[in-house]
Design a protein around this ligand. Structure first.
Ligand code: FAD
Length: 386
């Protein structure tokens, strides 16, 4: 047992420590340049693969550790302390949002083809679900796929567009959702689409408020040809696969938010305990230290809900309510915390050279992406125990 939480143990502590040490050594000294470049270098992703960070949940046969959701939660929380949200999401999309679809639905031939390279970092993955006219409402998806012939061995042709796709410019393998059963809103299938598939066009690299070191793409599929063997899972069952992995996606996004909130508070304790004004340090002002204390209480509460949700998932218990509460809570919290942290840094908090400035920009998407707060609250309300 660990004094931080009844859910943690020495192995989870070790993953947290190793992640933090890696961030301090290999990320923080270089990531300002990646914010300018708009991408994380592939050598860093391969290095993370070599060190075992990319396969925490992945099968041991392919070099992974085959661990449970608590590993994702602790890893995401530790990454969240890097202060570079763009780096964090590049990695977490690969480990916990895109590649799990292959773990859950891939056949042995597909696993053999890709999984070892995913765990080693040789290939980077992306998940393409959102569309210009359908984000929160996945069932409103318009992209479609049809077979180019009557037989099950014929290629698929995908048509449509996807937007806001993280790693969309640089990924080697995209997991793409498309409608395969016209007339059924849930008649969606998943496809493994390699970056050089004929008819896959990167329409735009999108410019964002934050997450600057993450590449975000708009993609166009123009009779994009995908071999029959690249259908992932059962035809027309993709909607349910997307819904299932949403829990994992929301868990790690929340982990990022909790980790970032704690780091922003730590930076602000440090700042306010050293910055002098009106004959003392800022932390001596009761209004400041009490505001920070209240935010700390919320972060501590959110962290326990993070671990509890992950534990429920590990037990195979439906955690939709808890994960939805967590995503709504953590996504709002990181915005409130970073707002206060910028405020207490004063003018310095508005300068690009200060970490909390970047963190406040990176925070903004956390209440939108992967399930907006309002959508999460609807999930909670549907399950409320009145
Ligand atoms: C930087 C970034 C990276 C992303 N990466 C990916 C990715 O890798 N892959 C991918 O597939 N998608 C990705 N997304 C898409 C993301 O998941 C969607 O933006 C999100 O699901 C919201 O969809 P939308 O933007 O279409 O907003 P809409 O669905 O149009 O909703 C707009 C707003 O309306 C409100 N709203 C929506 N529904 C309800 C409701 N039922 N009740 C009350 N209010 C509601 C919410 O406030 C919401 O923010 C990314 C987005 C961003 C910004």
């Amino acid at each position: 047992m660990n004094s931080d939480s009844i859910y943690l143990d020495e192995d989870l502590d070790a993953i947290r420590r190793q992640t933090q040490e890696f961030i301090a050594r290999e990320i923080v000294p270089h990531a300002d340049q990646w914010e300018v470049d708009g991408r994380v270098p592939r050598e860093v992703i391969r290095q993370m693969g070599e060190l075992g960070f990319l396969g925490l949940r992945h099968p041991e046969t392919y070099g992974g550790l085959a661990k449970g959701a608590l590993y994702s939660a602790v890893f995401a929380e530790a990454l969240g302390g890097s202060t570079y949200g763009g780096f964090e999401v590049t990695i977490l999309v690969h480990t916990d949002m895109a590649s799990p679809h292959l773990i859950h639905s891939g056949n042995s031939e597909q696993l053999d083809r890709y999984m070892g390279k995913i765990v080693s970092g040789e290939i980077l993955t992306a998940i393409a679900v959102s569309e210009p006219a359908a984000g929160s409402d996945v069932a409103g998806m318009r992209s479609s796929a049809r077979r180019d012939g009557p037989s099950d061995s014929d290629d698929w042709l995908i048509n449509g567009s996807k937007i806001f796709i993280t790693n969309g410019v640089t990924a080697d393998l995209l997991i793409v959702a498309a409608r395969t059963e016209p007339g059924n809103p849930r008649g969606i299938s998943m496809f493994l689409v390699e970056k050089d598939a004929p008819g896959l066009v990167i329409s735009r690299k999108l410019e964002k408020t934050g997450w600057l070191s993450s590449d975000t793409a708009e993609l166009s599929f123009q009779d994009c040809r995908v071999p029959a063997r690249n259908l992932l899972g059962t035809e027309n069952r993709g909607f349910y696969e997307i819904m299932k992995n949403f829990q994992n996606e929301r868990l790690v996004l929340s982990g990022m938010s909790i980790g970032a909130s704690q780091k922003a508070l730590d930076l602000t304790y440090d700042w306010t305990q050293n910055r002098t004004a009106f004959g003392g340090v800022l932390f001596d002002k009761q209004v400041i230290r009490q505001r920070l204390a209240m935010q700390q209480a919320k972060v501590d509460a959110g962290r326990q809900l993070l671990y509890h949700s992950a534990w429920l998932m590990e037990q195979g218990i439906d955690a939709t309510r808890e994960v939805s509460e967590l995503k709504a809570f953590a996504g709002e919290l990181v915005n409130q915390v970073t707002y206060d942290c910028v405020q207490f840094h004063g003018g310095a908090g508005y300068m690009r050279e200060t970490a909390v400035e970047r963190m406040s920009r990176d925070a903004r998407v956390m209440s939108i992406g992967g399930g907006a707060t309002e959508v999460m609250l609807e999930e909670v309300a549907k399950r409320s125990k009145v």
